[in-house]
Design a binder for this molecule. Structure first.
Ligand SMILES: Nc1ncnc2c1ncn2[C@@H]1O[C@H](COP(=O)(O)OP(=O)(O)OP(=O)(O)O)[C@@H](O)[C@H]1O
Length: 268
């Protein structure tokens, strides 16, 4: 049997007739069947409020489905969480306020029971552009810096499954570009199964192997687009003709989703 701290292999993730209606009656996800291949990066895009984050929170085991289920390598999310097999970096990073950036990362490593290689934490901190802030507490960081600390923490435990919700949302354009260039190299090299929620169609195409376009709420799949661009993605890949064509395809699917929801239900 693998020791507790062994990095978990990248899992396949399956959403099986997954649905979520919140107690107030908001139907966020209509029965959804989707699977995410092991080792692939999949982006979920869709209009604001369509249920993308809810899908991600369900996969993370932070919400429970109203119907259907999630299987991560055949097991429920709680089981994967217990084995520290998944990490999340969400819009609102939940860093512990009394611990420094380094302290937050080291705590995650401790909980995952993963030994740390010398210099590894500092390398991650440097990579997310927080050099010089290792000993700083979250309250003294900007929103974008907190988000980057959360990304470093998520990567530190070397999860098989990485869930990113608008990971670069609070970061300035230039830093965002740099992060979008540097960070995927880490999870690509490790072959991590990655689910990414983003409002940026360009980012979705540049980072992913597959883009799933969702309709306005309740989320339904409008298009499932394979992103057949070279790996590792070269700098400026989003400006190539092939990427531009894919970006257009995603925008067309987003428009189609909007149009579908505007048609009367009886006509659908
Ligand atoms: N805890 C909750 N209780 C009740 N309703 C919720 C809850 N969380 C989300 N919702 C509702 O579910 C719907 C989907 O929300 P969700 O956050 O998944 O959308 P989203 O696509 O991620 O949005 P955005 O792109 O704006 O972040 C929204 O109508 C939202 O108001």
């Amino acid at each position: 049997m693998a020791p507790d701290h062994a990095p978990t292999p990248p899992p396949e993730v399956a959403c099986i007739a997954l649905a979520k209606t919140f107690p107030g009656g908001t139907e966020a996800v209509r029965p959804l069947d989707l699977s995410f291949a092991a080792g692939q990066t999949t982006a979920l895009v869709g209009p604001s409020g369509c249920g993308k984050s809810t899908v991600l929170r369900l996969v993370a085991g932070l919400e429970s489905p109203s119907a259907g289920r999630i299987e991560i390598a055949g097991a429920p999310p709680a089981e994967t969480l217990r084995r520290a097999g998944l990490s999340v970096a969400f819009q609102d990073p939940s860093l512990l306020p009394w611990r420094s950036v380094r302290g937050n990362i080291e705590l995650a490593l401790g909980l995952a029971r993963r030994p740390v290689e010398a210099g590894e934490v500092d390398q991650l901190i440097r990579l997310v552009g927080l050099d010089g802030f290792a000993e700083t507490r979250p309250a003294e960081l900007s929103g974008g810096m907190r988000q980057r600390a959360a990304i470093a923490r998520a990567l530190a435990t070397r999860p098989g499954l990485l869930l990113l919700d608008e990971p670069f949302g609070a970061v300035d354009e230039l830093t965002r570009r740099q992060l979008a260039q540097d960070l995927p190299r880490i999870w690509e090299a490790r072959g991590t199964t990655t689910l990414l929620v983003t409002h940026s169609v360009t980012e979705a195409v540049a980072l992913s192997d597959r883009v799933i376009v969702l309709s306005p709420r309740p989320a339904e799949v409008v298009a499932d687009i394979a992103i057949d661009l070279p790996r590792p993605r070269p700098e400026g890949v989003a400006q190539t003709d092939a990427a531009m064509a894919l970006i257009e395809q995603v925008f067309a699917a987003l428009s189609e989703g909007m149009a579908r929801r505007q048609r009367p239900l009886a006509a659908q």
